[in-house]
Design a protein around this ligand. Structure first.
Ligand SMILES: Nc1ncnc2c1ncn2[C@@H]1O[C@H](COP(=O)(O)OP(=O)(O)OP(=O)(O)O)[C@@H](O)[C@H]1O
Ligand SMILES: [Mg+2]
Length: 399
């Protein structure tokens, strides 16, 4: 779990001694603020924690459903505004925290991992691994605990993209007679690759059942610790191997990567149908959105050239009724970052390309959080989680 304290507004010193306004008044004011994804006010969603009033001072936490919440600042500002407007209030101290929600239906095969998200595509070379790497780093930069699992048994490329030196192997340990593996840490994320365990000189010919067994062993033996998100880079295609992988991992959702041209779209539709088929078989894997990669090439003069046509990502998103999470340009820095083991999100976090990955990460995180909240009992019926009186009178509660 990740908690982020914004030191500039954090004020733990304010005790609860009562003051110019009641907790009801504050909660009523805050209940005018809606979470745009959940379409519900932040009080009934249970986001307000540790509410204290002391004289003219008010302090509380807003606990978001993910540290990667893109509307974090707006929500804090709105809360600051409505509470400051209450008569007599002089100072409002808000601490933004996050408790990443977990999709309840997900079988919890990986202890400590709240959400596992697959990055998939119907076809090779569209930029899955590049997307997976930068998505993982962008999520970690919001304060989330993130792991990256390279499940591409045919051509593991993630260790190279993250700059793991040739020959570096993860450390092992034995727990109750079982061999466990510690992931390697790079750029603020934990990394595990099947490539660490396979011999480069004598590549194994993998068949479906072997892959499933391998992935299950893998999932059960990596000591990830507490993770908000585990990003899984899937091998290209939609064959048996991919199906086994998807069935073996307890996925919260999938991100599908495509390029803008027509052929790629057909592949994307195949990938999407693979996840839909999973749903029919009782293992629903929601598609969280589409990433369109190599959308255009930008010349040093800033001119955009659409190399592979346009509109593919939007069409795929529309076909599946999911958001287009972002369009990533084809940029030399991105290729170089991958080749050099220094991903653009890590080395140039303020660059326009890194910003796009941040938007994608925000979109993924909020979609997962929304699904998780919708999956909670009571949410679907439109019932407020707690009435105002319940919230205020809860004994021993943290509000
Ligand atoms: N937006 C981009 N701009 C520039 N280069 C990119 C971009 N996205 C990916 N690349 C480059 O394209 C190549 C293929 O990308 P990547 O390995 O991520 O694709 P993939 O879909 O994972 O491939 P595979 O199907 O083989 O696993 C790499 O050299 C990568 O650096
Ligand atoms: Mg790849």
């Amino acid at each position: 779990m990740s908690e982020q304290n914004d030191q500039s507004t954090f004020d733990d010193d304010i005790p609860d001694t009562g003051g110019v306004v009641s907790k009801e008044q504050i909660l009523t004011a805050l209940s005018t603020i809606n979470d745009p994804d959940l379409n519900r006010d932040i009080v009934s969603l249970g986001f307000i924690k540790r509410l204290r009033v002391c004289g003219t001072n008010v302090a509380f936490d807003i606990e978001l459903t993910t540290p990667a919440c893109p509307v974090r600042e707006q929500m804090q500002q709105a809360a600051q505004d409505v509470v400051s407007e209450l008569p007599g209030v002089e100072r409002v101290a808000i601490t933004m925290t996050a408790q990443t929600r977990q999709i309840p239906a997900v079988r919890n095969l990986i202890p400590g991992v709240k959400n596992a998200i697959a990055v998939a595509s119907g076809k090779g070379g569209v930029g899955k691994s590049t997307t997976a790497v930068n998505l993982a780093i962008a999520l970690a930069q919001t304060g989330a605990q993130v792991g990256l699992l390279d499940a591409d048994i045919y051509g593991p490329s993630i260790p190279i993209m993250l700059g793991v030196p040739e020959g570096e192997q993860p450390m092992g340990t034995e727990e109750n007679g079982v061999q466990m593996i510690f992931p390697i840490e790079r750029w603020g994320i934990k990394l595990m690759s099947i490539g660490f365990l396979t011999e480069k000189e004598n590549p194994i010919i993998w068949r479906g059942p072997m892959v499933g067994k391998m992935i299950q062993t893998f999932l059960g033996t990596v000591l990830w610790g507490e993770l908000d998100y585990l990003i899984i880079d899937l091998p290209p295609g939609t064959g048996d191997t991919q199906l086994t992988l998807v069935q073996s991992a307890p996925l919260s959702g999938a991100v599908i990567v495509t390029t803008p041209e027509q052929v790629a779209i057909e592949d994307v539709m195949r990938a999407g149908r693979m996840f839909e088929k999973m749903g029919q078989q009782g293992t629903p894997v929601p598609i969280l959105g589409i990433v369109e990669n190599m959308s255009w090439f930008e010349t040093p003069q800033g001119e955009r050239i659409e190399l592979f046509g346009s509109g593919g990502g939007a069409r795929a998103a529309q076909a599946f009724g999911v958001p287009l999470l972002g369009q990533v340009p084809r940029q030399l820095e991105i290729t170089r970052g991958g080749d050099a083991g220094a991903p653009i999100c890590a080395t140039q976090p303020d660059s326009p390309a890194a910003q796009i990955y941040h938007e994608i990460a925000g979109g993924v995180a909020r979609h997962v959080a929304t699904l998780a909240m919708q999956g909670q009992r009571g949410f679907e019926e439109g019932r407020a989680l707690k009435t105002m009186e319940e919230l205020v009178s809860r004994k021993g509660a943290d509000i």
